[in-house]
Design a protein around this ligand. Structure first.
Ligand code: AKB
Length: 334
């Protein structure tokens, strides 16, 4: 059956992987929205590309009227480091952008008596561990623990999770047995892609180090070697978004899930980078960025996602580096 899908922030890292995967099924009609131009090879995979601001309500309204979206992947956001540089702007882009689109999606779902799926990439940034001792002790964090973010980005993501929950439940109340806005969120770890580099995140030291090695450039890492957080490779990030979007409502028992793959320190990533090229890697911790990474959990407990809708990453740590990242990044830079 044909599905119309809206992807916001389509030209970002996840957007790249997601558009390519969704376009493999000709039944998926993709409308992509981004404030920047979309790469031409992606643009041709979409029904329409709209260059616009996520805060442009009138335009969003028109798009909903025209396409009657079945599913929305709301990817548009400023990442954690960019958000710390301009917290007020981050608040506007991240939370105002989200409430606009949530409210419009719900309005159209209700007006057309049609269920709309809203898939939202939240983040491990919603967690805020008070110190390294607690971080070590907690280990694999559960969804309900330490929801006290240290960053504006984390606050924004946590609030959007709550907004999604609000809109989904609010409309349950208004139309007893039907839930129009089907809000589903994933708390992503850091993501590493062989094809693209992130901009403005704090988990960026992982992908940056590997891509620097492939270009034979020295790398000054902005966190200590022992800084450890969970990561996932891009193909698994796309896989989990699609898996959650496809899961039957009966198996999605919560609005928000942790999803894990592997946990790794900057020092361990450096060892893998050296398998690409023996570049010089130094550690020059940036006070604010280090504090952000220290406040994020070492790993996530994703047993709910595994039990409820069968989440299972394709890559463990060894497979992620030896079979995907190292060969693909080497190939990318020749
Ligand atoms: C960031 O570093 O801001 C993101 C994230 C962990 O959500 N990659």
């Amino acid at each position: 059956m044909t599905k119309t899908i809206l992807i916001t922030g389509a030209n970002g890292e996840i957007g790249h992987g997601l558009i390519k995967k969704l376009a493999e099924d000709s039944q998926n009609k993709i409308v992509a929205l981004d404030i920047n131009s979309l790469d031409p090879d992606l643009s041709k995979l979409t029904l329409q590309f709209v260059k616009a601001d996520i805060l442009d309500n009138r335009l969003l309204d028109e798009l909903f009227k025209k396409y009657h979206f079945d599913t929305i992947f709301h990817l548009a956001a400023l990442l954690s480091t960019s958000s710390e540089r301009d917290p007020v702007k981050a608040h506007h882009v991240n939370t105002d952008g989200a409430i606009n689109i949530l409210a419009i999606a719900e309005k159209f779902a209700r007006a057309n008596t049609k269920k709309v799926k809203f898939i939202f990439p939240s983040s491990i940034a919603i967690y805020g561990l008070p110190n390294l001792e607690v971080k070590k002790r907690v280990g694999k964090i559960k969804e309900e623990q330490y929801n006290l973010p240290a960053t504006m980005y984390g606050c924004n993501k946590l609030y959007i999770e709550l907004l999604g929950n609000y809109y989904a439940r609010y409309y349950e109340k208004h139309k007893k047995s039907e839930q129009y806005l089907d809000f589903r969120a994933i708390r992503f770890p850091g993501i590493i892609s062989a094809d693209t580099l992130p901009t403005g995140g704090t988990s960026d030291f992982g992908p940056e180090m590997l891509h620097a090695a492939a270009q034979n450039k020295p790398y000054a890492c902005f966190v200590r070697a022992d800084s450890k957080i969970p990561f996932m490779v891009m193909p698994d990030a796309v896989k989990v978004l699609l898996k959650l979007a496809k899961a039957p409502s009966s198996s999605v028992k919560h609005h928000v899930y942790n999803v894990g793959s592997f946990s790794i320190s900057a020092g361990e990533i450096a060892k893998y980078a050296h398998e690409i090229n023996k570049i010089k890697i130094t550690y020059k911790p940036h006070q604010k960025r280090q504090a952000i990474v220290d406040s994020w959990p070492e790993d996530v407990d994703d047993s709910e996602a595994r039990a409820d809708w069968g989440w299972k990453p394709s890559c463990d740590k060894t497979k992620a580096f030896e079979e995907y990242l190292i060969p693909a990044i080497k190939a990318r830079y020749g």
